[in-house]
Design a protein around this ligand. Sequence first.
Ligand code: ATP
Ligand code: MG
Length: 419
Amino acid sequence: MANIQKPKGTFDILPEQSGLWQYIETAARKVAALNGFSEIRFPTFEYTELFDRGVGDTTDIVQKEMYTFSDRDGRSMSLRPEGTASVVRSIVENGLVAQAMPLKLYYIGSFFRYEKPQANRSREFVQFGTEVFGADSPYADAEVIMLASALFKALGVDEHISLKINSIGCKTCRADYHAALKTYFENKKDGLCDTCKGRLETNPLRILDCKCPECKAIAADAPKTIEFLCEDCSKHFEKLKACLNDSGTKFEVDPFIVRGLDYYTKTVFEFVSDIGAQSTVCGGGRYDGLVKQLGGPPLCGVGFGMGITRLIAVMENANALPAIDKAPKLYFAPMGEKAQAKAFELCGKLKNSGIYSECDICGRSLKAQMKYADKIGALYTLVLGDNELEEGKAVLKAMRGGDNIEVEINADKIISALA
Ligand code: ATP
Ligand code: MG
């Protein structure tokens, strides 16, 4: 029988890569903490209704990309395709909406979308996401944007990623905009793809997000959201630009960014990299109506989702992969029963005092042990045989340069020799 393979569009993170993932996650947690964001964790699946209502049932994500199934009680469940709807559900359900504002949260986790797998696009992918609730000023938008920038800088890829911002307005200005958009596309209806013909009726804004070349060409001359902003939205956008300029954050206004989720209002933004296909590393924006729409108080929000695989691709491209040291400081190579027991005991003591050491547990020959110690990059090896045990002394053999050190066979002495 053929061996079972992983599902299409998923990937394993093997030991040789997991250090890089931890490095990125640590950097993300650090920059989040520095900005006062606390971690929130939420279920991997939710009632499908949450995403229908939260993400929007005219979005591609909900219409085409969700992993939806009935559980054994016949309830419709979906694997989470994004984080914001779940975060909002959670803060409403757990009463966090009544806490002192702003409420600043972040998450790191897997999300699931039934998409055509290709470079930097998988069916299970990991996002680092942030959300700020209860702050309607553009400074909140600037804070999340600058948090993402700070992470790119910490990872050494800031020169390879550029920020694009736009404003898609609020309910007030969107009515006029939708009408203008509809008129524009009605006249060019025949050139649109079948999906977009449908979008014309349900949500014309989605046409601007269509990936097919014919629709893209038509959309290029469509009315722009920023031409229709009401006074409040316009002021918000101008202030955000001023904040970013004042803080030295480079950006470009891109009127074509509309984002693929229905809940955005006012600010939307993307960080785009130089990796070619699927180059958007991070996308986000403001969603002032979402909390209320999901049954909470009228609390505004702003946040982003950042794809870690794409971030890794940018780091690779920028030669910014860190050197990750997983080598033990000391490798014990015992010969014989008695030495094995002693080496195992000493090794345990070293680990208890925070020194990464290894001791043979495979019962290999001395030659094979030395070869293995070299392979895993041990800084020192300590050969322990009957002679050494009798004399009470052994040698810390330097494997990576430096001098050999003679030590008494005693954990404290070995620890201080290695210090
Ligand atoms: P795209 O236009 O590439 O489909 P999106 O607009 O659907 O992206 P968002 O929902 O904004 O993406 O998610 C934020 C980020 O999450 C993206 O910028 C990307 O880095 C990452 N991401 C989204 N979908 C995938 C996927 N299928 N595989 C890998 N990363 C993804
Ligand atoms: Mg997508």
